[in-house]
Structures are given as C-alpha cells and as structure tokens.
Design a protein around this ligand. Structure first.
Ligand SMILES: Cc1cc2nc3c(=O)[nH]c(=O)nc-3n(C[C@H](O)[C@H](O)[C@H](O)COP(=O)(O)O)c2cc1C
Length: 209
C-alpha cells in the first residue's frame, strides 16, 4: 500500500558549523559525494519554469556544468521551456539523491549562455546526439515516430560527420538567489540549511522540516 511506504532517514546530518560559506562550494561537495557514491543519474535535476498564465511546468534535464556563477544545462531554444523562460526569467532546479537521503533546491534567474560556449559543448557531443538536436522539433506535436527517423536520416545525409550547432539549440545558466540543502534525519526531523542571497553576500538559515 502506498500509505505504508516510509523510510527512516539516518545516514548523515547537516550542521551549520560544517557547511561552506558559499552554497556553490557546498553544492560541489554534495555533487562530488553523489558521483563517488554511484548515485543513479546524479546530474539529473528537475527544472521548473512558469508560463505566461502563471502555470508551473516541471521536467528533468541534465546538469552539464557548475561554475562560480551557477548551473548550466542544454536544450532546444524553441522548446516549451524556452518559451516560458522568455516570458519569466525565474526558474527552479531540484536534485534528489535518494541513495544519500538528500535534496537540493535551487531558485534563480535564468539566461542563455554565449553562442561560443554552446558551440564548444555541442562539438563535444556524440555524432548521433548532435544529429538528434537537428532532427527533433522539441515540444512540438508530430504525426508519428517515423517523422523523427526520416528527419534524422535527412540530416545524417546532409551533414555527414561535420555537424554544426543548430541556432535554436544551446545552454542556459541558472544564477541562484536561494539554495536549500536537505538532509534526511530520523523521526522526520530533517536538516534544512538554506542560503539566501543578500546585498552583502550569502546568509545561512535553518528551516524547520
Ligand atoms: C534523465 C533525463 C534527462 C534529460 N535531459 C534533458 C536535457 O539535458 N535537455 C533537454 O532539453 N531535455 C532533457 N530531457 C527531456 C526533458 O525532460 C523534456 O522532455 C524536454 O526537454 C522537453 O521539455 P519541454 O517540452 O517542457 O520544453 C531529459 C529527460 C530525462 C528523463
């Protein structure tokens, strides 16, 4: 029964005295621990955007870079999510690393990265992924699966192995103003350490679970 599924979390704890002053450094530590712990899909994150009618939409994307500014993922600039971002420049990212009983919630503003950086990442992708970016009109209704197969073959013939980046494909950077680190604890008394960006830098608070 669904109502009987219940875990008691007890692997780790998160204390104010142990966290970094900068949440991006703290995130790096947790991400590295996820990578080392062989978490399934450690870079998968739920990206939430809001459309022109103030309705939220969420889907999984992959984190491809984390730097001192924020978090980068790649997608189609003609997709539904890109339409939302063009209207509303705020977005959230959510990581869930069940093997470590951890969640990270990131709220920030979002902007496109430069064409040059998108070119660099696109060039590093396998040939078939690059062709897929051309072949799929992401988020649009298609009449059948064969439309994609035909489109893929068409671009394979057209480009061979020299595949340029489509103009409507590239990266976004999420620049955080709030990041919360959640560590599961026994008896539902979880640790929630939240960083909030203020004029003078990051303020660290503890939230009730
Ligand atoms: C594990 C996983 C990883 C994904 N990674 C990406 C990604 O990096 N970029 C992307 O555009 N879509 C990715 N997707 C697909 C998205 O979830 C989504 O279906 C797609 O981006 C279209 O979303 P939209 O119509 O809201 O724009 C991924 C899906 C899964 C399940």
């Amino acid at each position: 029964m669904l109502k009987d599924i219940r875990n008691n979390y007890q692997q780790n704890e998160l204390l104010e005295k142990d966290v970094k002053e900068n949440p991006l450094e703290q995130f790096r530590i947790w991400l590295d621990e996820s990578l080392r712990s062989k978490v399934n899909e450690p870079t998968a994150m739920v990206l939430s955007t809001v459309d022109g009618q103030n309705r939220p939409h969420a889907r999984v994307v992959l984190l491809k870079e984390q730097n001192s500014q924020g978090f980068v993922f790649f997608t189609n600039y003609s997709s539904a999510k890109a339409g939302h971002i063009a209207i509303n420049r705020f977005a959230s990212l959510t990581f869930f690393w069940p093997e470590l009983e951890r969640q990270v919630r990131i709220d920030g503003s979002i902007e496109r990265i430069s064409g040059k950086l998108s070119d660099e990442y696109f060039a590093s992708r396998p040939v078939d992924s690059r062709l897929g970016a051309w072949a799929s009109p992401q988020s649009q209704v298609i009449s059948s699966k064969s439309v994609l197969d035909e489109s893929f073959s068409k671009y394979r013939k057209k480009f061979g192995d020299e595949i340029p980046r489509p103009q409507n494909w590239g990266g976004y950077l999420v620049i955080p103003y709030q990041i919360e680190f959640w560590q599961g604890r026994p008896n539902r008394l979880h640790d929630r350490i939240c960083y909030q960006l203020e004029k003078n830098g990051w303020k660290i608070v503890r939230l009730a679970p």
